[in-house]
Design a protein around this ligand. Sequence first.
Ligand code: NDP
Length: 328
Amino acid sequence: TRTPVNVTVTGAAGQIGYALLFRIASGQLLGADVPVHLRLLEIPQAVKAAEGTAMELDDAAFPLLAGIDVTDDVKRAFDGTNVALLVGARPRTKGMERGDLLEANGGIFKPQGEAINAGAADDVRVLVVGNPANTNALIAKSHAPDVPADRFTAMTRLDHNRAIAQLSKKLQAPVADIKKIAIWGNHSATQYPDIFHAEVGGRNAAEAVNDEAWLRDTFIPTVAKRGAAIIEARGASSAASAASAAIDHVHDWVNGTPEGDWTSMAVVSDGSYGVPEGLVSSFPVVCKDGKWEIVQGLDIDAFSQERIDASVRELEEERDAVRKLGLI
Ligand code: NDP
């Protein structure tokens, strides 16, 4: 039998955590033959609720679930961890300035980066879901100098999946036929979902759509503002779809992207496509042998470049703000 993989989930008592944990324990994160040991991190006042979720996980009698620890101790949560899903974050409340939000999240992601640096397993892989996810990942990475920078990623897979869903509806094509969607930039309203390289049943997606007004005025804003539309409809933010995207992100990172396709991940830039080195920005990536690589050599036209640049500018502003606060 294989040694269990340690998977840490922060904010485990939250909405996303509730949807995510059951899918991890059932084997959908790493594979149907990989046992997992869960570490649930919560703030002290939510530990009891996380213990309740742990009771339900016990009651599901998942054959792959080797154990569960619930803790409010950051060091314990990340000790020996192989996969860290950083979901818990300080939400933006009404009237909160961006600087306050970044500072509050610095107080969460700095100690988590330090704990990962000090105690995580050598193969640790980190996915930041909690918003502002790109910049939270940048903060955590900055406090983990001994961990290779490419192990820190942030989630734009939900945006990627949303773009596939919208395109599938527009073209009445099955989602399985849609390949090579790309999300560029920040996981925020400035993100750029790009269909110019996408394929639908082997045909170029932008040509199949052949409707620039739809692309500009419907597709891009629908994908970018889908979170708000879900809140409006459900009365609560997207949780199951976010959890599903987190599963997809780590699954593909570890097990590889399918041949002839790629995915979108926010990763540390190497300067590709004019994105300043060191920023955690979303790119199309291919994953193989447990590593991601930015897809190179794509032709980016003026329409796309303008949108990528705008989102990257926002990331630079966030980086400058957290630098000013001494968080990186
Ligand atoms: P959720 O589980 O709904 O969301 C958690 C985080 O995911 C938020 O930052 C949220 O951002 C973000 N997120 C990213 N993408 C999406 C998306 N597509 N849809 C929705 N959310 C997205 O929040 P809850 O309030 O239910 O739970 C958070 C939990 O985290 C609480 O139990 C809290 O106690 C805990 N927490 C734990 C910490 C720790 O372990 N150290 C630190 C801070 C909090 P957004 O706010 O923008 O929606």
